[in-house]
Write a protein that binds this ligand. Structure first.
Ligand code: GDP
Ligand code: MG
Length: 423
């Protein structure tokens, strides 16, 4: 069985936490896109973990993890992440971690390019996480990137480096007037952080196909949300890869396989990190109260997240683009104590009411249309059954289901593994 767990909104919906919860039923968990710009927070009996590159299944002993060919891998960052987890007692070996030979290596100069470009843009900056993600995906499509599998072909790899250095310095030195890279720097990076990975590198497509044939259950974990998809998100304020479920089999290395089920992770209110249009955004005191209630600071960057009420227009679109079969609604507990809650049910554009998400360039001119519903004034973080939830919370969930025309199957009421209600 193949399941994908994907974000319905702008990211940070709590995907890591839901993958950690649901992975107990799976044999393999696979990340299929993005890089260490992801920040997936998992809290369980072993402590709090923030995962950037490793699939969230790494915290389960009987789960094998795959980093697919759709990913970009900063090997220095990976070394640090593996070290931190090992120090916390997590076992990582070539048995439970497989890295695709076709995944692309994020280079130190990609990170430099990312920073140089944000500096150049100054007040027009995109709000990049500065992890080199856009430059390394650009290199991939320019066919100038290094792939992880090349690390196992050292002599061949060494021959490619000088040409890439010459080419990259045209940009670093020529365009930005910055310091260039060198053959020594790159070889050192590969030697130090790449060679130790040799035993982990494999054809993950073959591995997953075989696992599937043996009847193993495979879970695909997305990074970010539908609205950050390079093709279907709020371009150019998107990530540089496809975050949608339809890409999961491709980014994992098994385009021959079809998903059986897609679980969309949707937040009970809205958050957005970085720049770009965010129609239902709250400002001032209202924003501050919600941000503090939800602890909305980026897991990867620590940046305060922009916040707003639940946006049904964007979520409906996210559900459609993800092809979500069911929803896990997260962070409902954060809304406890608000007397009234707003839901953005439509946008207004040039005097007209929009209920479908528009071409992103029009978002700047859209105004949110809010509906107000009653809140609940007691803590729900200890609720574990549907019947434990206050009637106003049930009404809120039902209202979202109706707006989104999708079944809400799980509701999470806390960050800990067991803090959820199955509906
Ligand atoms: P991801 O990127 O989608 O994996 O999400 P993040 O980890 O970036 O952000 C979600 C944050 O909310 C993390 O700090 C989680 O620990 C926390 N979280 C997840 N689910 C819940 C929940 O139901 N209630 C509360 N209060 N926090 C949650
Ligand atoms: Mg996150």
């Amino acid at each position: 069985m193949l399941t994908s767990i994907v974000g319905i909104n702008w990211g940070d919906e709590g995907k890591g936490r839901m993958v950690d919860l649901l992975s107990s039923d799976y044999d393999v968990v696979c990340r299929y896109q993005g890089g260490n710009n992801a920040g997936h927070t998992v809290i369980n009996e072993r402590g709090k973990f923030i995962l950037n590159l490793l699939p969230s299944g790494i915290l389960r002993e009987n789960v094998a993890c795959v980093m697919g060919p759709g990913m970009v891998v900063d090997i220095r960052h990976l070394a640090g992440e593996m070290r931190r987890l090992r120090e916390a007692g997590v076992k990582i070996s070539p048995e439970n971690l497989k890295i695709s030979d076709r995944a692309v290596v994020t280079m130190p100069y990609n990170v430099a390019q990312d920073c140089l470009e944000e500096e150049r843009l100054a007040d027009k900056k995109f709000g990049s996480t500065k992890r080199g993600i856009a430059p390394v995906y650009a290199d991939k499509y320019l066919k100038k990137a290094f792939r992880i599998g090349e690390l196992k072909e050292w002599d061949r790899l060494k021959k490619r480096v000088p040409d890439i250095v010459d080419w990259k310095n045209l940009t670093l030195q020529g365009a930005y007037g910055a310091e260039g890279t060198s053959v020594e720097e790159i070889l050192h990076y590969f030697e130090q952080f790449g060679l130790p990975l040799s035993d982990y590198i494999t054809d993950t497509g073959l591995y997953l196909s075989e696992a599937h044939r043996q009847g193993k259950k495979i879970l695909f974990e997305a990074q970010l949300g539908a609205l950050r998809d390079i093709d279907f998100g709020i371009y150019p304020y998107t990530s540089s890869s496809n975050t949608i479920a339809a890409y999961a089999p491709i980014g994992a290395g098994v385009p021959n396989l079809k998903l059986d089920r897609t679980i969309g992770i949707m937040k009970a209110y809205s958050t957005c990190v970085g720049e770009g249009p965010f129609t239902a955004e709250y400002f001032g005191e209202k924003a501050h109260t919600l941000r503090e209630a939800g602890g909305e600071y980026g897991a990867a960057t620590g940046r305060p997240r922009r916040v707003g009420p639940f946006d049904a227009v964007a979520s409906r679109y996210g559900i459609r683009m993800q092809g979500a079969d069911e929803i896990a609604l997260t962070k409902l507990d954060v809304l406890s104590g608000f007397k009234e809650l707003e839901i953005c049910t439509a946008y207004r554009l040039d005097g007209k009411k929009l209920t479908e998400f528009p071409f992103p360039d029009l978002l700047d001119s859209c105004e949110p249309v809010f509906e107000t519903v009653q809140g609940w004034n007691r803590d729900i973080s200890a609720c574990r059954k549907k019947g434990d939830l206050p009637k106003e919370a049930l009404a809120y969930i039902a209202r979202l289901e109706e707006e989104c025309a999708c079944k809400i199957r799980y509701v999470s009421v806390g960050a800990e593994r067991d803090a959820f209600v199955e509906m």
